[in-house]
Structures are given as structure tokens and as C-alpha cells.
Design a protein. Structure first.
Length: 314
């Protein structure tokens, strides 16, 4: 399970919680402009915008969980079990890429979410795993830039692309459910609640925050979606990079997995392995791990050139 957020203040920030019961060799990886990306069904790309994000590197290839390019286009893949559908073979009528290739495919070709939406309309996701030891993961994707957010969900009838006015994504059910589910929480407010029992005088709130009674607090995907959307759209950040990055991590902390709160099949504990925040204007990728909540920073600026991956272990 995971949660991703796109936050726009005076700048644009994008990031996510990666919730999982195990580490997957994740590290911050910069892919410079001349690293050659090879695709299973498409021609290689030898020159492209530089990328930065969290990935595991297998056979010299960055398998990004989320990443951004130097133009500020950001993408995160989130778990989408029982719903994600990948086609068994390529077709000449569509550009065919594997799910593990989708993030670099879009970030290498596109500068904006609008361009990514157009390319997604020409793209077919085929079920080709990276290797026998690294199977496909069922995913959907949150794609955002300075102007908009979209969601891409692979289904049996094709790749569904939705505009995302909430700037938030979690996991199952499909995105249209999450939008409809928000209707149950339209009454929530950060302001004190009004007394609608007008025939009973003298009733006043006995504490602050009571306008948001009913905001779900469990760890399920629908509840995290509502909580993240509510907090993001009432968020007020002070000015400056440090304050805004701090605010972003506070938003993510409100939907993180505390060790012991979620037990998956087999008895393993699902926790927030890391939280991330990419600053598009500064070109800096911030992250914090479960065991060390102090954010660390890796800069893309100054590292765009070259042809070799730059890896920064957590």
C-alpha cells in the first residue's frame, strides 16, 4: 500500500509513502541524460532528460518506484492488486512497453503531464517481466507536474486515464471509486462545527478540530485517500523551501504505516519504508526512512550530464 501527493504552493512538490513489508534494495538513483534506456518492444533512447528518484538497480537498469525528470514531470507507481491488467503481447497499433518501463518511457519522452497523457493514449502495457527473478508488479500510476495531476490505470479494456483534481492517489479500488467516496466527507471542515440543532441553545464545541469528526483514521486505501485529500486541500504552508518541504512530510506522516498497525498474510508487518518529496524548482529529491525521520537530500542539479547511473544508498 502507498500514498502519493502533488502539492502546489509557490512551488511544486511531489512525493509518496512507500508502504511495504520488506525492503527491495531501494536507493536514490540519478539517470543522466546519456544513459541508454533499452526497451523490450521499442527502440532504445540514447539521449533524454535526466531523471532522479527511488529505485532498485538490477543488471545496470534502474527500476524506479517513483521518479521525476529535470523539467518537473513526476510519476509514482502504486500497488494495484486484483485490478491491474497487462496484455500478453505487443500490437502494431500501439506503442508497447512493459510496466517496469513505463516511468522512464514517459519521463524520457515528455516534459508535462499533458504530453504524458497524450503518449499514454498511444501506449499498450504488455506483461513482460524484467526477469524470472523479478516478476511484474500490479500497478497504477500518479503523474503530475506544475499544472495538473492524472492517473493511469491498466484494465482489461485498455489503459484508463483520469484527470485527478485531488492531487492524491492510494491503492484499490480504482480511481473513480475514490472520487465518488469523497462525497461522504463533503461536510468536513477545519473550522468549528455549526449548531444545526437550532431549537437547542447554548450548545458549543468543547474543543478545536471537531469540524472534522468523521475523518477516517484507519490504514485502508480509501481512508488514506480521504485523509490525504482533506489535509492537502486544507494545508497552509509558510514560505520558503524548508518550510514547504517540512509541510509536505507532515502530510505524508498523517497517512504512514506505523509498525504493528498493519499485518499482512504470513504475519509480516507492513510499514512506511520511506517517504519522499521532490522539489521541482530546486531539483532536489528529499527522503526519510522509517528508522530515521530526518530528511536527507540528493540534488539532480549539476548531475544531469553523463552516461552512468549515480546511486545513493539510503
Amino acid at each position: 500500500m502507498c500514498t502519493s501527493i502533488a502539492m502546489r504552493t509557490t512551488d511544486f512538490y511531489f512525493g509518496r509513502n512507500l508502504d511495504l513489508e520488506y525492503d527491495f534494495g531501494q536507493r536514490v538513483v540519478i539517470t543522466p541524460r546519456n544513459y541508454p534506456f533499452h526497451f523490450r518492444c521499442e527502440a532504445p533512447i540514447k539521449e533524454h532528460p535526466a531523471l532522479i528518484g527511488m529505485a532498485t538497480v538490477a543488471a545496470g537498469y534502474p527500476l524506479y518506484a517513483e521518479a521525476a525528470n529535470e523539467y518537473g514531470l513526476c510519476i509514482a507507481g502504486l500497488n494495484f492488486p486484483h485490478n491491474a491488467h497487462y496484455f500478453p503481447e505487443a500490437t502494431e497499433s500501439r506503442r508497447s512497453v512493459s510496466p517496469f518501463e513505463l516511468i522512464p518511457w514517459l519521463l524520457c519522452h515528455c516534459r508535462t503531464a499533458t504530453e504524458a497523457k497524450s503518449l499514454l493514449g498511444q501506449t499498450r502495457l504488455v506483461g513482460i517481466p524484467f526477469s524470472e527473478s523479478i516478476p511484474l508488479t500490479p500497478l497504477h500510476w500518479h503523474i503530475a507536474d506544475w499544472e495538473r495531476s492524472i492517473v493511469a490505470e491498466p484494465t482489461a479494456s485498455g489503459l484508463k486515464i483520469y484527470d485527478n483534481p485531488t492531487d492524491v492517489l492510494t491503492n484499490n479500488p480504482p480511481f473513480p471509486f475514490h472520487l465518488s467516496n469523497l462525497c461522504r466527507y463533503l461536510h468536513l471542515t477545519p473550522a468549528p462545527p455549526r449548531n444545526h440543532l437550532q431549537t437547542i441553545e447554548g450548545i458549543v464545541p468543547f474543543g478545536s478540530g471537531m469540524g472534522a469528526i468523521g475523518l477516517p483514521g484507519d490504514c485502508s486505501s480509501p481512508s488514506r485517500f480521504v485523509r490525504a485529500a482533506y489535509l492537502l486541500h486544507h494545508s497552509r504552508s509558510e514560505e520558503g523551501e524548508a518550510a514547504q518541504v517540512c509541510q509536505f512530510f507532515h502530510l505524508l506522516s498523517a497517512v504512514e504505516m506505523v509498525r504493528g498497525s498493519v499485518v499482512v498474510d504470513g504475519g509480516q508487518l507492513e510499514i512506511t519504508r520511506y517517504s519522499s518529496c521532490y522539489s521541482a524548482s530546486e531539483k532536489v529529491y528529499y527522503y526519510a526512512t522509517y528508522d530515521n525521520r530526518t530528511p536527507k537530500a540528493v540534488s539532480l542539479a549539476g548531475n544531469e550530464a553523463g552516461s552512468e547511473l549515480l546511486e545513493y544508498p539510503l
